[in-house]
Design a protein around this ligand. Structure first.
Ligand code: SIN
Ligand code: CO
Length: 381
């Protein structure tokens, strides 16, 4: 079990003074940290078409980026390149363990664990990210420079590489195995490998209002909601034909706001939207599907583990009705399933005892059986 150790401050101090505010180096955040995957295994994952990966290097001084899947790495020399693989926590239970030390943040904020293997002088170049990231240094050393937030010009160093102009460093450090660099969104940074190295980046996403509104629009269209027309009975005589006057503007705003003020609609949207995965899951459907009785029997012997990266949430607003959102879908099992739904969403492993209330409800058992057969949850033995 990986434990995060903060020697210079407490977690409360980190959340109050650094999270979303400023970058910080956490020396030996993971003591005796060992790579959670080998470079060979990582290179193997990048050969799979279901897995998102990139190679970044320079050719005759010009930045290059190639997207996977890759068939070979023979065209790359011994230095100056990086292989980056996205959402490795979906594919490797060992890498998924790296998410646990960050459980002081809710899962809906988590994005994924991205791993980069870099040869000496390798890196992706100076850039700005739109997410919070804890870059955990694995084997090898890497030099990191981080600049202050500001008006940095961004440009495409390559069609697939958004870079930022040179910046003054507020942090300029050599990360050693076990060190962690936390960077909030908007701070320019650049990591150059000093030797062959591995970095494990635990990323936290935040949706822009634009993302959320576009998701909400898709949701109301899909569910055929929000089709009631703007209405204005008792309207006074209008004077200026070209004018959308203040009271009309207020009417339009109120009409739109009625969607946002509908807590049930918005909770269902938020749960469904945020539980959707960005990258594919490693769903291993059972060759011999279980029936409900077999499922409960096996659950009495061993816990169910959730597949890496599966997103399952509940909201305080809807939990009392036994509602949860799993991989983009809403499920309602009724009030008696409340504790089971909570356990399923809060825990990476659930036992028969924790699910007991739900196991008395046929709909819950049917859904759980289906999820296990499809590979969303699995028995480790
Ligand atoms: C990398 O690990 O190579 C890039 C990580 C980052 O800067 O976001
Ligand atoms: Co970055």
């Amino acid at each position: 079990m990986l434990t995060l150790s903060l020697s210079d401050f407490t977690l409360e101090h980190f959340m109050q003074h650094y999270w979303q505010q400023k970058p910080v180096v956490i020396r030996q955040g993971f003591q005796q940290f060992k790579d959670l995957i080998s470079p060979e295994e990582l290179a193997g994952l990048a050969c799979e078409s279901d897995i998102e990966s990139r190679l970044v290097y320079k050719k005759r001084g010009k930045w290059q980026a190639e997207s996977g899947p890759f068939e070979s790495y023979d065209h790359l020399g011994k230095t100056g390149w990086s292989l980056i693989v996205q959402a490795v926590n979906h594919w490797s239970p060992e890498v998924a363990e790296l998410v646990k030390p960050f459980d002081f943040l809710p899962k809906w904020r988590l994005d994924d664990v991205m791993i980069s293997y870099s040869t000496p002088k390798g890196g992706v170049g100076p850039h700005i990210d739109l997410y919070d990231v804890f870059i955990c240094q694995g084997s090898g050393r890497r030099q990191w420079r981080v600049g202050d937030k500001g008006n940095h010009r961004q440009f495409a160093a390559h069609a697939a590489l958004l870079h930022v102009d040179p910046f003054e460093a507020m942090i300029d450090v050599e990360l050693l195995p076990g060190d962690i660099l936390y960077i909030p969104p908007g701070f320019p940074h650049d990591g150059v490998s000093l030797e062959t190295s591995m970095s494990f980046s635990v990323g936290f996403r935040a949706k822009s209002a634009c993302d959320m509104l576009s998701g909400l629009a898709d949701y109301v269209i899909d569910k055929e909601l929000g089709s009631n027309l703007l209405s204005d009975p008792g309207r006074p005589i209008h004077k200026n034909q070209g004018q959308i006057n203040a009271s009309d503007f207020a009417l339009i705003k109120a009409h739109l706001r009625s969607i946002l003020d509908d807590d049930t609609l918005l909770a269902d949207f938020a749960g469904s939207f945020l539980s959707r995965t960005k990258c594919q899951l490693d769903l291993q459907a059972l060759d011999e599907p279980l029936d409900a009785v077999e499922l409960i029997d096996t659950l009495q012997q061993q816990p169910l583990a959730r597949t890496g990266g599966l997103r399952c949430f509940y909201l305080d607003e809807t939990l009392s009705k036994g509602v949860c959102y799993i991989d983009g879908e809403r499920h309602a099992f009724g009030a008696k399933a409340k504790a089971a739904v909570k356990a399923l969403c809060d825990r990476d492993r659930v036992t028969h005892t924790q699910l007991l209330g739900g196991l008395k409800i046929p709909e819950f058992v049917a859904a759980l059986t289906q999820w296990v057969n499809a590979g969303y949850w699995y028995f480790e033995n």
